[in-house]
Design a protein around this ligand. Structure first.
Ligand SMILES: Cc1cc2nc3c(=O)[nH]c(=O)nc-3n(C[C@H](O)[C@H](O)[C@H](O)COP(=O)(O)OP(=O)(O)OC[C@H]3O[C@@H](n4cnc5c(N)ncnc54)[C@H](O)[C@@H]3O)c2cc1C
Length: 485
């Protein structure tokens, strides 16, 4: 059992860090409030003390103290996890917000990024050189959490997962040691960091491959969720994203992606709508051609334009401060009309019954999975969710704590609709399917927490790694790998 911090611990920490610029704050301090704030208010917890370090050696000092005193520890990257995995009740919080440097190496087409940076920090700097890093679709998310759990973004159809673009990571281990992990150094640790990366230490620097990137044509098309629209939208999705070559490539080979949202947009007078956030990596003319079937449905609202990648990554941003709980699910092509209709019905009933839930959403991601599915196997890295399926995310969003249980229950019930559908249709399998676990950990599968469900066949190897690097389970907040009995 790990314990909360007490006033003696805080004095000790102040003394250990006295000659540094690390910021130590307690509940009455302004800095503390910023440290414990999370994108989802439901994920906030009152840490006993918050420390904002500025470098690896300070983190090393902190971790040595945490290890010696068995203190509960949480690490905050971008603060977007909705499961509370970057928060601690009474323990010590390391807030990485001061470690967010971004250094582009234009010769090697790579970038070094501080462990507390957001993707917006990365986009801003890489855009100056005409490059993009493969980050998430919404750039206020943290590089840390998103990368360590795998990472999907607008460019995944072309360049794979974020971890497929990770060249190295510099980690402060629970022992206080500072190591670099890559394909050439500490390879086992590098394997573990790419998927189960929240288990082994604090990553102070990531190094990523970059890609030349021009404007993207992107924005949203909104439709009323009437049966004819549902029918045509399903047809359009299946046409654009179905594999067309024997290897499994889609019509536009990774250049098109969409997120289908079921929501009640504020400008639709509280009515339920279907919104397709669409992206084409190319010109407007090419994009209009690619999404012709979507346009032919007759959107009632359109906001699609040609923008730089950093702007494209801001278009889906959602305001912080709601109580949001994400729960992931998986689906596969062809999308069935019945599944989409069931999801719309479930959403409509739920948000009508509890008006405080009207900012909730269901999101279905669509992309060309070829590069993710075939670029590596499910045992090349600890990430075990490569396959021909797509991710979905159920996001109850509310303001009053009294609805916490209802929100999470609805997310579970809705996930069950996807599971039921897979039972009916069978798991997606084509040549090259390495047996994905069909659960993307970063979408906070809170029911699978602490189990092997997220890491599948990689779990035993992870247990060995955990025993080596974190035998006392200091990093225990997100899919903590359990000791082998
Ligand atoms: C609005 C929104 C949009 C999203 N979009 C996408 C998307 O497009 N693609 C996608 O793949 N996922 C997406 N996600 C999911 C996202 O990957 C996770 O929420 C992820 O945990 C966010 O990372 P963070 O650093 O912001 O979170 P935090 O809450 O800060 O951290 C999450 C976990 O990572 C650990 N962690 C963070 N940084 C470090 C570090 N440097 N070293 C060690 N541990 C660290 C924390 O301790 C914690 O366990 C989205 C989430 C939200 C809320």
């Amino acid at each position: 059992m790990r314990r909360a911090v007490n006033s003696n611990d805080i004095d000790q920490l102040r003394s250990l860090l006295r000659d540094t610029d690390a910021l130590i704050s307690e509940p009455h301090d302004e800095s503390y409030k910023e440290s414990v704030k999370r994108w989802s208010a439901a994920a906030e917890k009152a840490a006993g003390v918050a420390v904002v370090p500025t470098g690896a050696s300070q983190i090393s000092t902190i971790l040595r103290y945490v290890a010696a005193n068995k203190i509960d520890l949480a690490v905050r990257g971008g603060g977007h996890s909705t499961s509370g995995s970057s928060s601690t009740d009474g323990g010590l919080l390391i807030d990485l917000r001061a470690i967010r440097h971004v250094q582009v190496d234009a010769t090697n087409i790579s970038v070094k990024v501080g462990g507390g940076a957001t993707w917006a920090d990365v986009d801003l700097e890489t855009a100056k050189y005409g490059f993009a890093a493969l980050g998430g679709t919404i750039s206020d998310t943290g590089v840390g959490g998103l990368t360590l759990g795998g990472g999907y973004g607008w460019l995944s159809g072309a360049h794979g997962l974020v971890i497929d673009n990770l060249l190295s990571a510099t980690v402060v281990l629970p022992s206080g040691g500072i190591v670099r992990a890559s394909e050439n150094e500490n390879q086992n640790l590098f394997w573990g960091l790419r998927g189960a990366g929240h288990n082994f230490g604090v990553v102070v620097e990531f190094e990523f491959k970059l890609h030349p990137q021009g404007n993207l044509w992107t924005g949203t098309l909104a439709f009323p969720p009437s049966p004819p629209v549902v029918h045509k939208l399903v047809e359009a999705i299946n046409d654009l994203y179905r594999p067309r070559t024997p290897e499994g490539r889609t019509k536009y080979a990774g250049r098109a992606a969409s997120v289908i949202n079921i929501l009640r947009p504020s400008d639709a007078g509280g009515k339920v709508a279907l919104a397709a956030a669409i992206m084409f990596n190319g010109t407007e003319e090419e994009g209009r051609q690619a999404f012709k079937m979507f346009y032919d449905i007759g959107p009632v609202m359109e906001s699609v334009r040609s923008v730089p990648y950093d702007i494209a990554n801001q278009t889906l941003s959602a305001p912080p401060g709601f109580r949001v709980s994400m729960k992931g699910a998986a689906w596969a092509l062809p999308l069935e009309i019945d599944l989409l209709q069931e999801l719309i019905d479930s959403y409509t009933l739920f948000t009508k019954a509890i008006p405080d839930m009207e900012s909730s959403m269901i999101l279905l991601e669509c992309y060309d999975p070829y590069v993710v599915a075939t670029g590596a196997t499910n045992s090349d890295m600890s990430f075990a969710n490569r396959g021909w399926h797509m991710n979905a995310s159920i996001q109850p969003s509310w303001t009053k704590q009294e609805f916490d249980t209802e929100g999470r229950k609805w997310a579970r019930d809705t996930t069950a609709l996807f599971d039921k559908w897979f039972e009916k249709t069978g798991r997606p399998s084509r040549a090259g399917d390495y047996g994905a676990v069909l659960a993307y950990g970063n979408y906070d599968h809170y029911d699978q927490k602490n189990s092997g469900d997220i890491f599948g066949q990689n779990y035993t190897r992870l247990q060995e790694l955990k025993a080596k690097y974190d035998p006392d389970n200091m990093f225990n907040k997100l899919f903590a790998v359990q000791r082998k009995e």
